[in-house]
Ligand binder design. Structure first.
Ligand code: S3P
Length: 437
């Protein structure tokens, strides 16, 4: 687990390094679920050994899946339950993970037993109505029993569902995936239509695990024909571009830097961060691109001669939703304005990321105008080091440690322990790159 408090001093020399970031979080959750339900075994390589994904893997073990060897949760054989899971003896703990809870709820709603899902304080304050609505329309019995209305713990009386044709009210890969996972266990065709393209890992992994899945309207409409038979299939999970993003910005803003990040996932529904940073003037190149079920490649980033502000397009938002805190940091070092709107979803992430990002930037002397659906950052003014709260949000902690590399004076981030929910080893990578004053 990462330390509670991490401090950083301004970097006088460039960052130099060549390394791999840990496996992709979204893909790891889905591999645990699909491999855990499949018949036969799935050899998993480069699973994200983070608290979030280990909780999902443990949930599948509670349903009868086997992990061997247990001692090495990055590379292991997952023996699935061949669509015959056993009822979990205890409540399933999803920790800090909205993805884990929403995806598992989709599966559990369609299984013939009762279960319940809970998590930490942050997760128990995030909206679950968005999955309860479509799953209830399929006939599922789900109850949000949290202190906050519509929030976890979730109690699920699983059973036979009816297929649905569901129009998502928001661009959410988690909601899309919850419905599709329920649909794959349900007789008939379940379809979802999304208002914008969201990450398509579920669709890609459906194909990989032998599940017939139809993608239409340039990805906006997805259907699955259930019930399906899943077959175990080996998979190597690429590095998480959301974790790589911290280093793309760090190298971009610290003069004299050059970093190479190997085997990073380059799924086109996740790479808007590269497009936007390039638009801002970042020097990013990609080599060794491999087209697999999930494409990947090596990314080299050199410090930018000059960064300039940009306006994010509405359709780019779901494609870089998790990278907005670190993008906001890049924007603070860019000349001119960066406009990030149509991003109200940020308010219901691990923290209210509009408030926490804007608040921390301001505490460092940055100029930010906050809106209901985003923020506009006027960059270019030097940032001052500060003592900042990460609000228990892993991405806020990592983003502002990167900001601290280019601020005047030391920066200290409090409550960093949740960094390990997505990036175990972040602190080690950070210390291998920085020069301490
Ligand atoms: C995820 C989807 C995104 C993202 C989250 C992971 C996924 O959430 O923020 O970190 O794996 O499906 P939404 O789909 O709710 O926007």
């Amino acid at each position: 687990m990462a330390s509670n408090t991490i401090s950083i001093t301004p970097q006088q020399e460039g960052l130099q390094g060549d390394f791999c970031v840990p496996g992709d979080k979204s893909i790891s959750h889905r591999v645990a679920i699909l491999g855990g339900l499949a018949g036969g075994s799935t050899q998993v390589r480069n699973f994200l050994c983070s608290a979030d994904c280990l909780n999902t893997l443990r949930a599948m073990q509670q349903l009868g899946a086997r992990v061997s060897p247990e001692a090495n949760p990055t590379c292991f054989t997952l023996t699935g339950v061949a669509q015959q899971p056993t009822p979990p003896a205890q409540q399933i703990d999803c920790g800090n993970s909205g993805t884990g809870m929403r995806l598992l709820a989709g599966v559990l709603a369609a299984l013939p037993f009762a279960s319940s899902l809970s998590g930490d304080e942050s997760l128990c304050s995030r909206p679950m109505g968005r999955i309860i609505t479509p799953l209830s329309a399929m006939g599922a019995r789900l109850q949000a029993c949290g202190a906050k209305p519509g929030c976890a713990p979730l109690h699920i009386e699983g059973g036979r569902l009816s297929p649905i044709d569901y129009e998502l009210p928001m661009a959410s890969a988690q909601v899309k995936s919850a419905v599709l996972l329920a649909g794959m266990l349900t007789q008939g065709t379940t379809s979802v239509r999304q208002p914008a393209i969201t990450r398509d890992h579920t669709e890609r992994l459906f194909s990989h695990f032998g599940i017939p899945c139809r993608v239409e309207d340039a990805g906006l409409r997805v259907s699955v024909e259930g019930p399906v038979t899943l077959r175990g299939r080996d998979i190597t999970i690429p590095g998480d571009i959301s974790s790589a993003a911290f280093w793309l910005v760090a190298a971009g803003i610290v003069p004299g830097s050059c970093l190479t990040l190997r085997h990073v996932g380059l799924n086109p529904t996740r790479t808007a961060i590269i497009d936007v940073l390039r638009r801002m003037g970042a020097d990013i190149s990609i080599s060794q691109r491999v087209d697999a079920c999930e494409p990947y490649g090596d990314i080299t980033v050199r410090s930018a001669a000059r960064l300039v502000g940009t306006e994010l397009r509405p359709e780019e938002i779901p494609n870089l939703i998790d990278e907005i805190p670190i993008l906001a940091v890049a924007a603070a070092f860019a000349e001119g304005e960066t406009s990030i709107r149509h991003a109200a979803e940020l308010r219901v992430k691990e923290s209210d990321r509009i408030a926490t990002t804007a608040g921390n930037l301001r505490a460092m002397g940055g100029c930010v105008q906050e809106y209901d659906d985003g923020m506009v950052i006027s960059g270019g003014a030097p940032l001052q080091g500060a003592v900042l709260d990460s609000f228990g949000d892993h991405r806020i902690a990592m983003s502002f440690l990167v900001a601290g590399m280019r601020a005047a004076g030391p920066t200290t981030l409090l409550r960093c322990e949740n960094i390990s929910t997505s990036y175990p080893g972040f602190e080690t990578h950070l210390h291998s790159l920085i020069h301490t004053a």
